[in-house]
Design a protein around this ligand. Structure first.
Ligand code: NAP
Length: 309
């Protein structure tokens, strides 16, 4: 019997307890799963970064921390964490993100706002172009960015992806490095940021990089707030360099009342709802890593703490 600690807020326990037990049973793993286990007896920690557990030192026997979230920026700097950290890659989360991004890309692509809100009853019969005439750039071509790229490709969009290391995704123009970023931005009529929050990605979209996008481009950020220099984006919106931005994530969440984004006519704020882990599929990911740990084979979705993601 192994001991699996569930270290997340109580409401998450209510959501996850049954799916985790089902997934453990399906994998034939005899486990004691609980929210309270003597630290020195814990074998695996199922973890949400906003849980009360912040000091991993007493968990002397634990083999891995299995994160319930895709983003790990709140954990990577924790000096007490010295065992492997796996982040969440979940089919439900990935599908949700691809659907959310595609919906917002379609809003911009089709110019839907002009007809949804039309107080002057203007009759402006401008047919939108086909997706095949529209360039979308996905900054971050990982689990989520790739799924978004593929869904958009399926609709016919011209898709460019940008990542740290070289990638090969069928049908997507894959770019990397500084030169790649400049090329990706230059063609980005619609840019989607799906990068992790690391030292290397902070303020990636700033006055300089926003100016490299085509005038009147659109920006969709479901990645993380610090990817964007907020003052630079507000200036680019006011100058018409960026026509509109849809922002799901912010440096401070909830986005404070009175923040200029709330009132800006060319910003849509969504409350960090682009995608979330779905308990049934996420439990399969967690249990697959427990199975691997017990079988002595490498964990999947491991975080590189040097890179920060
Ligand atoms: P992932 O699989 O780790 O992919 C990250 C991508 O970013 C990779 O392609 C990586 O390049 C690229 N990247 C990282 N640092 C880079 C740099 N310095 N320069 C260029 N590219 C860089 O992560 P994911 O699962 O797709 O998730 C992405 C982010 O989405 C998460 O970190 C989280 O912040 C956010 N998220 C948001 C929500 C929401 O509801 N809004 C939900 C879930 C996740 P390589 O491929 O070369 O490594």
């Amino acid at each position: 019997m192994i001991n699996v600690l569930f270290a997340a807020r109580t409401e998450r326990w209510e959501t996850y307890e049954a799916p985790l037990r089902t997934a453990l049973a399906r994998a034939g793993i005899d486990a004691h799963l609980a929210q309270d286990i003597t630290p020195a007896e814990v074998d695996y920690i199922v973890y949400a970064p906003n849980s009360d557990l912040q000091d991993f030192t007493p968990y002397t026997r634990a083999k891995a921390v299995l994160n319930l979230w895709a983003g790990v920026e709140q954990v990577t700097g924790n000096k007490t964490l010295r065992i492997p950290l796996a982040r969440m890659v979940d089919h439900g989360l990935t599908t949700g993100m691809a659907e959310w991004v595609t919906g917002h890309v379609m809003r911009y692509h089709l110019g839907m706002d002009a007809h949804i809100v039309n107080p002057s009853h203007a009759w402006a019969p401008e047919t939108p172009p086909l997706a095949a005439q529209r360039e979308v750039a996905i900054l971050g071509l990982g689990a989520l960015g790739t799924a978004c790229a593929q869904m958009l490709l399926g609709l016919g969009f011209r898709v460019t992806g940008w990542s740290r290391s070289p990638k090969d995704v069928a049908g997507v123009t894959c770019l990397h490095g500084d030169d790649g970023l400049a090329q990706a931005l230059k063609r980005a009529e619609i840019a989607v940021t799906l990068l992790p929050d690391t030292a290397a990605t902070t303020n990636l979209l700033n006055a300089d990089t926003l100016a490299q996008m085509p005038k009147g481009a659109y920006l969709i950020n479901p990645g993380r707030g610090p990817l964007i220099d907020d003052d630079a984006l507000l200036a680019a919106l006011d100058a018409g360099q960026i026509a509109h931005a849809t922002l799901d994530v912010f440096r401070t969440e909830p986005l404070p009342q009175g923040h200029p984004y709330w009132a800006h006519p060319r910003v849509t704020v969504t409350p960090h709802i682009a995608a979330e882990t779905r308990a049934s599929t996420a439990s399969e990911t967690i249990v697959e890593n427990i199975r691997r740990g017990e079988a002595g084979v490498p964990f999947i979705n491991l975080v590189d703490r040097e890179l920060g993601y």
